[in-house]
Design a protein around this ligand. Sequence first.
Ligand code: ADP
Ligand code: MG
Length: 362
Amino acid sequence: MRKKRHKQLGTAAVLLAALLTLSGCGTSFGTSGEPVSRQVIAMTTVMNLKAYGKNAEKGLDDGEKEINRLDKLLSVGSDTSEVSKLNAAGGGTVSSDLDTLLQKSLSVYRSTGGAFDITVYPLMKLWGFTEVYSESGELDQDKKRDIPTASAIAQTLQNVGADKLSYDAEMKRLSLPAGTQIDFGGIAKGYTSQRIVDIMKKDGVTAGNIELGGNVQVFGKKPDGSPWTIGLTDPNKTSRTMGVLTLTEGRAVVTSGGYERYITGKDGKKYHHILDPKTGYPADGGIKSVTIVCKDGTTADALSTAMFVLGKKKAVAYWKNHAKDFEMILLDDDNTLWVTSGLKGQVESTRYTMKTIKRGKA
Ligand code: ADP
Ligand code: MG
């Protein structure tokens, strides 16, 4: 109906729409080519959802509901979340969301030799990250804090290791030994964006851009046919981009880096929040940031954290062994921007020297 009128009115309507867009009037442009958008703050992250098409508003409503539902389920900051209850009780029967998350987490744990490990949570607490990034708290990450002693880290490490979990996928029953606790912080946002995309597609949203902090997921074709462009944050100066990724098809684009969330020690050094489960210290593998591009948001998120932990050399080797599953963009400590061959021609950077990672034997 609306479409028809639009056609009849011709140039005048187009001009009016352009004027309205320029003046920022109105919000419901879902059908006229412009997206409708919404900002949600959850999971200590500023989230921006954009949806196109006539069901865009419904998509946003359902997307927002899904964020709040998953936040309630997964937040370790709340005693009443499913994850917190499992941690307190040493396990239990899990929901289907947690079943999916557990299976994915354990599979990436195994394939990365333990780099991705949801049992690092006791270490996160020891380092104080949970305090700094409490649900409502300010991110006072520049305040100088005591960092844990080597012996406290060694002691806590005894409870770390996803091989200590036992999970019966058939019965959906998880059991945790005393002292072992889990947290889906390294995968939750990717799962959330994947869920939102699935829901929006079901709602009949024709295209969308889901941005949950450093997690981006796009789907569908924009009404004007233009490709998706995604700015890649420059770890050396987070207010600018180091490059742009162009996508013509739906993908999840998830970045992990040491630059955004960290604490400052009394020694003045910054300690970031991605921990190497082998050492108990922040991972230090020669990577400033790593971006995973793949079809599934959950996988992209787990892999971004895992590749950061593996470090440059092992991450490249891992990609070579799994090149059909994902692509990768990596800024190393020498500021070389490495891009896997499947993204050839899709990444532009005027700031850093780009090099291609080619397929082949690892
Ligand atoms: P962000 O949350 O900033 O998008 P990541 O996806 O890399 O970044 O997730 C980092 C979070 O993952 C940490 O805050 C912590 O909750 C959790 N985490 C830290 N180290 C690991 C690890 N080695 N394996 C799995 N999860 C981790
Ligand atoms: Mg991650």
